[in-house]
Design a binder for this molecule. Sequence first.
Ligand code: 13P
Ligand code: 13P
Ligand code: MG
Ligand code: MG
Ligand code: MG
Ligand code: MG
Length: 383
Amino acid sequence: MKTTISVIKADIGSLAGHHVVHPDTMAAANKVLAEAKKNGIIIDYYITNVGDDMELIMTHNRGELDTKVHETAWDAFKEATKVAKDLGLYAAGQDLLSDTFSGNLKGMGPGIAEMEIEERPAEPIAIFMADKTEPGAFNYPQYKMFADPFNTAGLVIDPTMHEGYKFEILDVYAGESVTLNAPEEIYDILALIGTPSQYVIRRVYRKADNIIASVTSIERLNLLAGKYVGKDDPVMIVRVQHGFPALGEVLEAFSFPYLVPGWMRGSHYGPLMPVSQRDARATRFDGPPRLIGLGFNIKNGRLVGPSDLFDDPAFDETRRLAEQIADYMRRHGPFMPHRLEPTEMEYTTLPLIQQKLKARFKKEAGVVEAKKSIYEKQVEGGD
Ligand code: 13P
Ligand code: 13P
Ligand code: MG
Ligand code: MG
Ligand code: MG
Ligand code: MG
């Protein structure tokens, strides 16, 4: 029988700002999941948090987008929200964009990463969960894991990986996806995924047999809600070992604290800092963006583990560099490229300011008016 791993997350409120989930809200969610386990809806579960995001890790035999499993997650978030409201937590129910559940959680606010697998005799997986960033933040490490031999030795020396992987890339604005092959099409892949705000790697498959290797949540809350309701704080499930990258190759992809959008008010670039569960609190300038990783083995749907993957001095230098980058970026204050470009900002007073100052702008003789960027002209097919 196939096993499905469902990682479903939502921010239902935080103690003191946006930095941490309150344990009482986790206890409320735990009650709902324990009941679902007793009733046979799910086989096993584990609840954790990264910053202000509550993470439900569940296993079952019901496949992806299952109504009962999604309803269980929804109920858990609703019950947790009740407690958050009782306690007067900040932004209680933040990511629950709708009041009523209908069928599954798609488009309702929570982030969803699910994969249905045929369990291998040993099925090791790693689950990554981030706070203060968005789904495209997993583009860079997925490329490193599955396409870069300088990261993943197995791409060169393991015959079961040597053929490469397929990347399913979603255009979150157009709602269309394309599947591209690595290594043959890596330049095309990079041309797209280097713009992570628009192109998000949703799934990776092993090319030799089309077996799923990784899946990420792709929900972008502001695109769903049409306004800022918080960052999308993504999750990712990665299968490791035996035809997939080794756990150490997967973790190596996070050894460089690369810049991601998010951080304060969802509107600043900052380094993604891998931390232990203990340090999964977004404090300085509401960050820096945090990442946790948990390692499990799955056996007949049972979640064996977890191991707290970044609770390791081997990542101390990554964290130290992240802190240095955080200092460096912060010193730019409101200047780009610390602050996001106007089209990606989650908050902006810019149109109001432009409006207010409109009458005070004076025409300058001899300065040509440039109407469009080179990119916009090329998209329109101009010269
Ligand atoms: P062990 O000998 O410790 O099992 O290592 C196997 C391996 O391939 C590590 O990447
Ligand atoms: P969250 O998406 O984690 O709630 O972030 C909100 C925010 O604006 C932090 O400054
Ligand atoms: Mg929040
Ligand atoms: Mg969050
Ligand atoms: Mg958020
Ligand atoms: Mg061994």
